[in-house]
Design a protein around this ligand. Structure first.
Ligand code: P6P
Length: 322
């Protein structure tokens, strides 16, 4: 009989309940968990509920909007706005951020990719949601600039994976905790406490199909990875990152001659997962600098992204810049 595991609610209460510096953070993470439950239900039922496919619109990224992208963004904006602890929400699906309010209790700014990898929905491949959480200074005005703070100022990051199970990972300066949804109770149970990258790196996740578009240093670095590790590439950032975090692997989406700044977004993909990677003992780099040190210029700006064990990231960056 498995000893009863701590639930997310119990973890939030025990870890942050009496800590005034984390006041309201529990409400934000609990709201994200509620939104994750709702999105998970939609993802699982997508084909049956006829919500596969696209809305026919193109988002601010210039990408075709999947129906579930829009629905997921709406769900998370709704639960975060209702938490009472959030001042502003930025979303991949919304051109400008959503200003919720500037009450003292509304301490947090949340930037999200509400449904990452949504092109995989139609083929039942794992997808996910990603959240970076920043804390607003008391009395600080809530404006668009509130959503352009370096990743190093995050107080927490969360991601969910909608896969063979629904995983909910929460990172703070105290470490990385992994929860799994118990569908029967609706509770997230602590199944992966204190996650850190394994010492041994097994895998590399790189979009090898773009080799022809890479410069020579990028090709050399990718060849080093190919010679040293096994390729695993789902094409869903959260799924690739989560496997590499648990099993030991590096994820790298380089710049290329068609995407000089890479494909992935700094504020709500690179920064949150970079925060998780560093709290798990790893590293996050653009190939030129630490992701979390980048001074943001725009909510939807893109960045080349390398996430993984610190030694392997370092080795890759070194070749890239040799
Ligand atoms: P490519 C999914 O569309 C996504 O944004 C990430 O989840 C994923 O890592 C990447 O794009 C895959 O891009 O060019 O290999 O299809």
């Amino acid at each position: 009989m498995t000893a009863s595991r701590q639930t997310l609610t119990q973890y939030v209460d025990s870890a942050w309940g009496d800590d005034p510096t984390h006041e309201g953070l529990g409400a934000v993470v609990t709201a994200i968990a509620e939104g994750t439950r709702l999105v998970q239900e939609k993802v699982q039922a997508a084909a049956i509920a006829d919500v596969l496919g696209t809305t026919g619109d193109v988002n601010v990224q210039g990408e075709v909007v999947q129906i579930l992208d829009e629905q997921s963004s709406d769900i998370f904006v709704d639960v975060l706005s209702g938490s009472g602890a959030v001042a502003a929400v930025g979303s991949e699906e919304i051109a400008e951020g959503v200003i919720v309010g500037d009450e003292d209790s509304q301490r947090y700014v949340v930037l999200m990719d509400p449904l990452d990898g949504s092109s995989n929905i139609d083929v039942a491949v794992s997808i996910g949601s990603i959240f970076g959480i920043w804390k607003r200074e008391p009395g600080e005005a809530v404006t668009a600039d509130s959503m352009l703070t370096p990743g190093s100022k995050q107080v927490a990051a969360v991601y969910a994976v909608y896969g063979s199970s629904t995983v909910f990972v929460v990172a703070t300066a105290a470490g990385v905790q992994g929860f799994t949804l118990d569908a029967s109770s609706g509770a997230f149970e602590l199944t992966h406490p204190d996650i850190t990258f394994p010492a041994k790196c097994q895998y590399y996740s790189v979009p090898d199909g773009y080799y022809k578009n890479w410069d020579e240093p990028t090709r050399s670095a990718a060849t080093m990875l190919r010679d040293g590790y096994s390729l695993r590439y789902v094409g869903s950032l959260v799924a690739d990152f989560h496997r590499n975090l648990l099993k030991g692997g590096i994820f790298w989406y380089p710049a290329d001659d068609k995407s000089p700044n890479g494909k992935l977004r700094l504020m709500y993909e690179a920064n949150p997962l970079g925060f998780v990677a560093e709290q798990a003992g790893g590293a996050a780099s653009s190939g030129r600098q630490r992701i979390l040190d980048i001074q943001p210029e725009a909510l939807h700006q893109r960045v080349p992204l390398m996430l993984g064990p610190a030694d392997v990231v370092e080795k890759t960056v070194s070749i890239l810049n040799s």
